[in-house]
Write a protein that binds this ligand. Structure first.
Ligand SMILES: C[S@@+](CC[C@H](N)C(=O)[O-])C[C@H]1O[C@@H](n2cnc3c(N)ncnc32)[C@H](O)[C@@H]1O
Length: 337
């Protein structure tokens, strides 16, 4: 999503923004084309680290918690209804008397959100384009009861929050991995894409594990992990796991890697996690991971590690161990260390 719907609304004249408007974009996609906006006075809020870094690298002011005042706030609708409502409440707080624009895909629930917003305020305009919708209204403090979600207890005392991965409780794949974690796992290692800390808490229970680095891109998930994990054997990193850390520094990596970019299944992300694990591990280090059975990780594993074996599995999940990471040569090809 490149802000195509916003560009369309502006080009057709359906929506008019003042020339020198202070504009805040809440959680835009990293490919957002900001040149469609009328002024250079733009602030981006982005809590997903790789996307945050894209805006930062292109010189756009970017934060994790935007504050006002602003004249216009554009909300990119997330999948989570509670987070979406919270962002709309935040938009109203940032731009009192200004314009709130809500922009999203049908698959992310834009129609249901429009229906909800309409029960509280008058909609000033709306347009459909690119399998989604954009609508706007004058900020009226009508959503003060829909604050941004905060970390809170769910099942079995875990702390999660709406909008993070597996927010209702532990993920089935991660639950399948825990009983298979080798008791012999020792030294320092990382939980790549550690989410709200389910795997890390079990890793900390292993007696020979000296330290767990939780590497997670979603700052909201990490805020929950901070509540689920305690002690001086754990460090939380708001970072992109595909580039984080020091090569050859870890004894083990455990992960349930992401397999979606937004709503689109994307095996390349998990494959990048595998290559990153190989880069991070010491020559005698091991990767242990869980994945949905159908995901094509074997070729990447064989290219990144000398030994790969399936520890356990069923028709849904496979739990894999990979040993002896290969070192990439100058041409980027992996060779045995
Ligand atoms: C399948 S979930 C597993 C979460 C957690 N380990 C668990 O077991 O519940 C994958 C996690 O990776 C995170 N993630 C996605 N891309 C990432 C990246 N580039 N760097 C770090 N974390 C990422 C997601 O936010 C999500 O929390």
């Amino acid at each position: 999503m490149t802000l195509a719907r916003l560009a369309h609304a502006l080009e057709t004249g359906a929506l008019d923004l003042p020339d020198a408007a202070r504009i805040v974009l809440l959680e835009p996609n990293p490919d957002a084309d900001l040149s469609v906006l009328p002024s250079g006075n733009v602030l981006v809020q982005q809590n997903f680290k790789p996307d945050h870094d894209v805006f930062d690298a292109s010189g756009v002011p970017v934060t994790t918690a935007a504050e006002g005042p602003a004249d216009v706030v554009h909300v990119t609708l997330p999948r989570s209804r509670e987070l979406g409502r919270g962002l709309i409440a935040q938009a109203e707080q940032i731009a009192p008397g200004g314009i709130v624009i809500v922009d999203g895909a049908k698959t992310d629930g834009i129609d249901a959100m429009l229906k909800f917003v309409r029960t509280r305020v008058d909609i000033d305009g709306q347009m459909s384009k690119a399998h989604g919708k954009i609508f706007w209204f004058a900020a009226a403090k009508a959503f003060d009861d829909c604050q941004l979600p905060e970390p809170a207890p769910v099942a079995d005392g875990w702390i999660t929050q709406p909008g993070v991965f597996s927010s209702d409780g532990p993920d089935a794949g991660s639950m399948a991995l825990v009983p298979v974690l080798p008791k012999s796992l020792k030294g320092r290692g990382a939980d790549l894409g550690g989410g709200w800390g389910y795997l890390s808490r079990h890793l900390l229970d292993l007696p020979k594990v000296t330290h767990v680095d939780v590497v997670e891109a979603d700052r909201r998930a990490l805020a929950c992990a901070e509540r689920n994990l305690s002690g001086d054997r754990v460090t939380l990193h708001w970072a992109d796991a595909t580039t984080w850390g020091t090569a050859g520094s870890l004894d083990w990596v455990v992960m349930n890697p992401p397999f979606h970019t937004s709503r689109t299944p994307d095996a390349s992300l998990g494959q990048a996690f595998i290559r990153s694990a190989a880069r991070l591990l010491k020559p005698k280090g091991s990767l242990i991971m869980v994945a949905n059975r159908h995901l094509p990780y074997e070729t990447t594993l064989a290219g990144s590690f000398v030994h790969v074996q399936e520890l356990d599995g069923d028709s849904r999940f496979k739990i894999l161990q990979a040993d002896q990471p290969r070192t990439p040569d100058k041409a980027g090809r992996a060779k045995r260390r």
